[in-house]
Write a protein that binds this ligand. Sequence first.
Ligand SMILES: *Cc1c(COP(=O)(O)O)cnc(C)c1O
Length: 379
Amino acid sequence: MDREWIPYAKQWIDEDDIDAVVEALKSDYLTTGPKIKEFEKKLADYVGVKYAVALSNGTAALHAACLAAGIGPGDEVVTSPMTFAASGNCVLYVGAKPVFADINPLTYNVDPEDIKRRITGTTKALIPVHYTGQPCNMDEVMKIARENNLVVIEDAAHALGAEYKGKKAGSMGHMAIFSFHPVKHITTGEGGMVVTNDRDIYEKLIMFKSHGITRDKSKLLTEEGPWYYEQQFLGYNYRMTDIQAALGVSQLGKLDDFIQKRRKLVELYNKEFENFEGIKTHHQMKEGKSAWHLYVIQLKGNLWLRRREIFEELLKRKIGVNVHYIPVYYHPFYQELGYKKGLCPNAEKLYEGIITLPLYPRMTEEDVLYVVKCVKEIC
Ligand SMILES: *Cc1c(COP(=O)(O)O)cnc(C)c1O
């Protein structure tokens, strides 16, 4: 029998999601309309924050967040190297310098002690990344931010629904961003969100996503008539469509069920790997409750020397493995900017030995058992 390909991640779209999109298509609004407002309100309520702004994708959300934080040329922003390139790129978009702090080798999240070592007189902000959905040590991160007067932007692209000491990921920093790319917890095709409790930041974000233009009478510098609006600074078109927001609202209703399913699959993976010597599963802090975006295993002992062979063997068995992540500053673009290998030894060591195994809500227990069986055979 021919086995079907098991992808590393996959969206879950039902008929009612499709109906929601069709309904939006038949409505008066295709772009900014009532569905955007509804999606923003529901997501803000879910995360437990006052404001949410929907944007065209998670990267645009990071860019807008950096702009709203007032980050610019001459500033430094400390983030993790164990992330998608966008967490560093957004700092470059605004003309500032990304600084990479090393990870904690247990949690794989950025290490607050190393953040402290990387702070200089020009550090302006921190972008902690809740890698794989496990929240960072936010008490420590916020303490460092208070002591050094820094803005904290949580990159919660992996962590929608995750919790830290009973608080939702994304509710602890000055801002947080989410992504609705199909591999993430819920999808709008492309899509992103910035959340915040700060009214001023919220108003800036609204303007940045729409050319820096306002029509708000209380904000206009002059008044020339009912047609009048003003561009007050340089913004972008980073708007999400109402079609996407309709899908987002529909998906958000299923989020807790998706997370539940992810957690059950992870439990099974962990149980099956419990007494297996070849690999180490991802250690979880007791203060956190991961939303499990990714299931990452670490090869033990000298097995990391065979990572490529193991990876290729798993692909041959139709398992969609991946590696999250190549340390951001390894990329040629960052190397050309002057970042040198050796900068974050823990992240570099981790990168050598990790493999991401498939994990998505529609994955079956039988799929998990097959993946585990193959890993055990090969390692
Ligand atoms: C997916 C992701 C982003 C970017 O989101 P897009 O919607 O793809 O632009 C940013 N940071 C992290 C950690 C991500 O995983």
